[in-house]
Ligand binder design. Structure first.
Ligand code: TRP
Length: 361
């Protein structure tokens, strides 16, 4: 079996550190390992419109932001296919047929969608497109016959939905589609990075994000204002490292080499944590170290972003070429699916001949 990787993001804002440690970093590693046959990364503009129908401008403006973020973290259009969802209309056609394989009550049970409905106040007026986006996401995945989908754990219900649709389709029409599997980050702390305020998740709407495109000055300011342990008032006080976002970020990003470079009086994070927990280590010192680590991670990203910001036309060309390539693959799969569904009337000579016979006098 082929190894085909597909994943994507909604273009509703710039990508942040949570995206980076939760998914982007792993994608770049996958890409560079090269252990796959095809890899696709999609900008999910059509999905973003399912809860932004009244604000297409927001999506339009953020496609380029996400594309720049992708390219600056090191996703390489020579190795993988970067494309825009709406530029592959075959995905919509798949969705129309998949809708017949899902019930309303099944869609209403999706825990991620459920909590998103609450967040958006959709309880009393739910756009159908929003409720059905897991079906459309099934199309995104299956049209490319992707078997590996690197995502955050909030996407597990989408993968479950996709597998059910695939099984149902293959049962009724024959084995055409491939059952996908989620690939989660293997680092526990990376799965859900808290915001700089220590709140559950880094999220644009809360305003607790460090963006990949933030300047050194902005990152420094955000780090210095980060929430830490509220019981750690004086340097001598013993501190807590769990639920402390400064330590969680370090856990996600720092290496022993960062200690050699920026904080040689400690060997590794274990030593730093032990000192903090015992007391005698101030927040400022830890924050300064985190700031150094972040700059170490973000500087190459900033540099690449600057290069691509100087050639926006080329970025659009990359997306256009990628979308063409993606469309080719999706239309091949759609052709196969329609053959299996026996709705390929004009290509079915046996059908036409049987009808000729039926009406022959
Ligand atoms: N739902 C995903 C998110 O919100 C984005 C997405 C759309 C996606 N289609 C996909 C992810 C297909 C993986 C595979 O981040």
């Amino acid at each position: 079996m082929k190894n085909i990787i597909l994943t994507g993001d909604r273009p509703t804002g710039k990508l942040h550190l949570g995206h980076y440690v939760g998914s982007l970093k792993q994608r770049v590693e996958l890409q560079n390992k090269g252990d796959f046959d095809e890899m696709y990364v999609m900008i999910a503009d059509a999905q973003a419109l399912t809860d932004n129908a009244d604000n297409p401008e927001k999506i339009r403006e953020n496609i380029i932001e996400v594309a720049l973020d992708y390219l600056s973290v090191g996703l390489d259009p020579n190795k993988i296919t970067l494309f825009i969802q709406s530029a592959v209309p075959e995905l919509t056609e798949f969705t129309f047929y998949y809708m017949n394989l899902v019930t309303l009550s099944r869609l209403e049970r999706n825990p991620t969608v459920k909590s998103e409905i609450k967040q958006r106040g959709y309880e009393t007026s739910l756009p159908m497109g929003f409720l059905t986006y897991p079906v459309s996401q099934t199309s995104d995945i299956t049209a490319f016959k992707a078997n590996i989908v690197p995502v955050g754990d909030d996407q597990l219900p989408m993968l479950e939905q996709a597998r059910e649709i695939v099984r149902s389709f293959n049962n009724i029409y024959g084995e055409v589609l491939v059952e996908p599997k989620a690939m989660l980050s293997d680092n526990e702390v990376c799965k859900r990075l808290p915001g700089t305020d220590g709140k559950a998740k880094m999220s644009k709407s809360i305003g607790n994000c460090i963006y990949l495109s933030d300047s050194e000055e902005v990152v420094k300011q955000k780090v210095m204002n980060m929430y830490t342990d509220p019981t750690h008032l004086k340097v001598e006080d013993p501190g807590h490292t769990e639920n402390n976002p400064v330590f969680i970020y370090l856990e996600a990003l720092c290496t022993d080499n960062h200690f050699v470079k920026y904080l040689p009086e400690y060997k590794n994070l274990e030593e730093l944590k032990a000192h903090y927990e015992k007391g005698g280590l101030g927040d400022m010192k830890v924050k300064r170290f985190l700031n150094d680590v972040l700059n170490d991670v973000l500087n190459p990203i900033r540099q690449r972003r600057k290069e691509y910001e100087g050639k926006i036309e080329e970025v659009y060309k990359i997306l256009e070429n990628g979308s063409k390539k993606a469309r080719k693959k999706a239309s091949e799969t759609l052709k196969e699916a329609k053959e299996a569904m026996k709705i390929n009337y004009f290509e079915d000579e046996a059908l036409i001949n049987s009808h000729i016979k039926k009406y022959q006098k």
